[in-house]
Design a protein around this ligand. Structure first.
Ligand code: GLU
Length: 469
């Protein structure tokens, strides 16, 4: 290709940023990066009843969170409606579109008749060739495309291959409504043309629209961009991905404790592959991404795989960053924000926590015990560990721990080992009650490290609280 590509992500701001749309955004972004091109962001807000500023905000936030930047300002499609109207009128002038004065009732009757006869329901072209003099004065017309009635329209899709439809199957669609607003089909073509879009990369639910859009390009004599339609993302059960499979909103993944780089990596693998690679860095993705890696069949969303990819990126993450991400979740459980000192402790606890969690939420749940005050509410399994005999040993161990000059994980462990040897007890028979006392649970990060992090005072206080209880 001579010039570098210009692509666009064109979401409709009628709700949240869907995870499937995020995949479309990612593929556009990677394509642009790989080819040293640009990605533009066009907000398709012509549907005034359903578009909201909150939704625009959610989309921008989701994109930013995923690290998918765009060139220049986001463009409002609605702001360009005069241009859309101008092109529609130009098409009337050049004979590729016409005014249609059919009333909604009339069109309804037409469709009812077609249905009764078992015919496909489509506009029958009743105003296609009528002279201007027939126009009723009191009706505002729509503008319809004078679509070719014979021949065929072929799209050479960069992913789906060459697909052809018979023009006879496509009716004269509306370009401009009676109130002067454009239809999606028309606005998208005018904008893609005016924005010099070279590649239209989107979900294959738009494939059937493409034939109609190609007819508009041809009617205007405009260059047709390259189309690349990505297969759909299905739920694990093979049905269209929806709320039933857990929320498809990008913001919910964030709230459920997924890292943006994990979502990005996971989305990349939906319908695109590079050998058997699963963990793919951003640099590799940019270097490798192209249409030849995109398959034609839909992908199934796999939450187990997403979990393991997220676990990988959590493990790789900087401890301070993870502490910052986990803090709001912990603060919510505690009912108050963590102090600087507590965040510092959380950061130091991270090496042992981050190897055990699939999400930041899990990480936070595992870390809450560090900041617990007062006696723990223990389940029966945990309580059972704190027998009178175990408590007796813990008390003696506590006295020895108190005497430790250096309260390190290694020193505490040596002390426990020596005690086990002297008493003939297994280390676990001492370490498990210690775990119960310090964490209120039977599972935790390595317990001597936990004790060291809590510090001598706090660790001894917790043991004491158990014997008091
Ligand atoms: N606004 C359309 C949508 O959100 C996308 C249009 C396009 O990519 O051509 O589905």
């Amino acid at each position: 290709m001579a010039s570098s590509p210009i692509v666009r992500f064109a979401p409709s701001p009628t709700g949240f940023l869907h995870i499937g749309s995020a995949r479309t955004a990612l593929f556009n972004w990677l394509y642009a990066k790989h080819h040293n091109g640009k990605m533009l962001l066009r907000i398709e807000d012509t549907d005034r009843a359903r578009s909201t500023p909150e939704s625009v905000q959610t989309i921008l936030e989701g994109m930013t969170w995923l690290g998918l930047d765009w060139e220049g300002d986001a463009i409002s499609q609605f702001a360009r409606f005069e241009r859309h109207a101008e092109v529609a009128r130009q098409m009337v002038a050049n004979g590729t579109a016409y005014y249609c004065y059919a009333s909604p009732q009339e069109l309804e009757e037409m469709r009812a008749e077609q249905k009764a006869k078992g015919l496909p329901q489509r506009y029958d072209g009743r105003w296609r060739d009528r002279p201007a003099g027939d126009a009723p004065k009191d009706i505002k017309p729509v503008i319809r495309l004078k679509a070719p009635q014979s021949g065929e329209t072929t799209v050479n899709d960069a992913v789906m291959g060459s697909i052809t439809v018979q023009n006879a199957q496509l009716d004269d669609m509306v370009l401009l409504r009676a109130d002067g607003t454009p239809t999606y089909m028309h606005a998208v073509v005018v904008d893609d043309h005016d924005m010099n879009i070279t590649h239209v990369i989107r979900g294959d639910d738009h494939m059937t629209n493409t034939f109609r859009q190609v007819q508009i390009y041809k009617a205007m004599g405009w260059d047709i961009p390259i189309f690349a339609h990505m297969p759909m993302i299905l739920g694990p059960d093979g049905a269209k991905l929806s709320k039933r499979h857990g929320s498809p909103a990008v913001s919910d993944y964030r709230e459920r404790g997924y890292l943006p780089e994990a979502i990005r990596n996971y989305l990349l693998r939906l319908c695109w592959s590079h050998g058997d690679d699963e963990i793919i860095s951003l640099e590799q993705a940019i270097a490798w991404f192209d249409f030849d890696g995109v398959g034609k069949s839909p992908a199934r969303f796999d939450f187990v795989k997403l979990g393991s990819i997220n676990a990988h990126y959590i493990k790789e993450s900087d401890n301070r960053r993870l502490a910052g991400l986990a803090e709001p979740f912990i603060a919510k459980t505690l009912g108050q924000p963590l102090s600087m000192h507590q965040i510092d402790l959380l950061t130091r606890a991270m090496p042992d926590l981050k190897t055990r969690a699939q999400t930041i939420v899990e990480l936070a749940e595992m870390a809450v015990f560090y900041f617990h005050t007062g006696p723990f509410t223990m389940d029966d399994k945990t309580k059972k560990l704190l027998t009178p005999e175990a408590m007796q040993h813990l008390k003696e161990l506590a006295a020895q721990m108190e005497a430790l000059a250096d309260f390190t994980s290694e020193n505490i462990e040596s002390l426990f080992r020596a005690y086990a040897e002297a008493t003939g007890l297994k280390l676990g028979a001492l370490a498990q009650p210690l775990r119960a006392a310090l964490t209120g649970s039977t599972v935790s990060p390595p317990i001597f490290g936990v004790a060291a992090l809590l510090g001598k005072n706090e660790a001894l206080k917790r043991i004491q609280a158990c014997s008091d209880g």
